[in-house]
Design a protein. Structure first.
Length: 163
C-alpha cells in the first residue's frame, strides 16, 4: 500500500498530467515479452492505491493484461505554461509526472457511479461528434491495484522536491 501523503500528491500530479494532455499512457507486456504502450483517457482514481479504467478500445491491452496483469501508468504534465515556468525558474514547482505500478483485474460491468464520474469529466465534449466515436459505450471497466508510485525526476530541475 502506498503511503497516504505520497498517494495524495501522486494523484495531484496524475490529474495535472491527464488535464494537460487528456490521457495517460499504460504499459503492458506483449506475449513475446516486448512492451506495449496504450494511451487511455478514462482512468479514474477510486481510493487509496486503487483506480479503474474503462475497457473500451484497447483490445491489445486487454489481451495483455488477461495474460499478465502487471502494468505501469505514466502521466506527464505537458502544459506549455508548466514547462515555460520551469525554464524561467530553472526548476519545477511540482514533479512533471508520475509512474503508477500495479496490477489490473478482470473486465467487469461498470457501476452507475463510475459512469457518472466519467461523464462529469467529459461533459463539455458531449455535444461534439467525437464524443460518440470515443465514449458512446463505457459499459466495462477494469480495477487497478497500485503497489508503487514513482515521480518523474529530471536531474537538478526536480532535485529540490521532497517525496
Amino acid at each position: 500500500m502506498i503511503e497516504e501523503h505520497v498517494w495524495a500528491r501522486g494523484v495531484k500530479v496524475l490529474h495535472q498530467g491527464m488535464a494537460s494532455s487528456l490521457h495517460c499512457s499504460i504499459a503492458s507486456v506483449n506475449e513475446d515479452g516486448t512492451p506495449h504502450v496504450t494511451p487511455i483517457g478514462s482512468l479514474l482514481v477510486t481510493g487509496p492505491s486503487t483506480g479503474v479504467y474503462f475497457d473500451v478500445f484497447a483490445s491489445h491491452l486487454s489481451r495483455n493484461v488477461d495474460r499478465d496483469p502487471n502494468v505501469t501508468i505514466l502521466a506527464v504534465n505537458s502544459s506549455s505554461w508548466f514547462w515555460l515556468k520551469m525554464f524561467v525558474r530553472g526548476r519545477f514547482i511540482e514533479y512533471p509526472g508520475v509512474r503508477l505500478i500495479g496490477t489490473i483485474g478482470p473486465r467487469r460491468e461498470s457501476t452507475q457511479r463510475e459512469r457518472e464520474r466519467f461523464e462529469r469529466r467529459v461533459r463539455l465534449l458531449r455535444r461534439l461528434r467525437g464524443y460518440d466515436a470515443l465514449w458512446n459505450d463505457v459499459g466495462h471497466v477494469r480495477d487497478i491495484e497500485f503497489a508503487a508510485l514513482n515521480y518523474v525526476r529530471i536531474g537538478r530541475a526536480t532535485r529540490h522536491l521532497a517525496g
